[in-house]
Design a protein around this ligand. Sequence first.
Ligand code: HPA
Length: 267
Amino acid sequence: MSRSADLARLIRQRAGPEAVSHGLILGSGLGHIADEVDGVAIDYVDLPGFPHAGVSGHNPRLAVGMLEGVRVAVFGGRAHYYESGRADAMRLPLEVLRSLGAERLIVTNAAGSLRPATPPGSLMLLSDHINFSGLNPLIGEASDARFVPMTDAHDPAMRAALRAAASAEGLDLVEGVYAWYSGPSFETPAEIRAIRTLGADAVGMSTVPEVILARFLGLRLAAVSVITNMAAGMSDEKISHEHTKAMAPLGAAKLERVLRRYLRDLV
Ligand code: HPA
C-alpha cells in the first residue's frame, strides 16, 4: 500500500468512509474555515509524512466532513517551498486528498496586488499563473505523467461557478494572473515592476506548486487570492507578515461567503 493510501485509510477510520468531493487549501489568516466543517479534525502531526506547515497564521489540521451539504477535506494550513526548500511539500496531502476520492480542489492564499484598482480586502480569482520562481514540484518525478499540460489548469467551469457564487452574494470577484515568488523575503519594487510588465496581477509565495501537483494528480481546481496589500513599491504601506495576517480577515469573510455559496449551489 502506498503512504497516501495508508493515510487515507487512517482518515476514513476517523472521519467515516464516504468519499470526499472537494479539497480546500486555506492560506495565511484564512485557516478558521477549517473549524466550521461538521466532522473530524486531525492535526498534521498525527498524519505521518504530512508537512510541518509551521507558518504563523495557519491552522495545520485536516478537517473532513460536511460544509454546506458537501463532503469536503479542508487543509487548514499549507507547507510553502520556503520552509523546507522542497517545492513538492504539498504532494503527500494532495495525494491523500485524491485517495479520499476528491475530484476538485479550491486553493486560497493571501497575496499582494499589482493592480491599483484592486486594493487590500479584494478577492481575485486566478485565471492563470506565472511560475516566476522557476521551481517545479515534479522535478525528479520519473514517469511520463510529469509532462503535465497547464493550459486551462485553472478550471474554466469551476471559475464560472465561483464567479456565479460571488455574484449571487453581491460580491466583486476580479480575475487575474498570479505570479509565484519563492519567498520568504518579499519582492523588491523592481521585481514587482518586472512581473507587472510580464502580465501578473497578484503576487504570492504559494499556490503554484499545488496547482501543478493537482493537475498531475488529475484534480480539477480553481484558486482565489485574498488581497492583503499592494505589492512592493505600489503604496506607502509597509509590507510585513504581520500586516498580511492583520489584513486577511478583511477578505476572509467575503471569501467564506463565496465558498459557502459555491458549495451550496453544487447540491
Ligand atoms: N508578496 C508575496 N506574498 C504575499 C504578499 C506580497 O506582497 N502579500 C501576501 N503574501
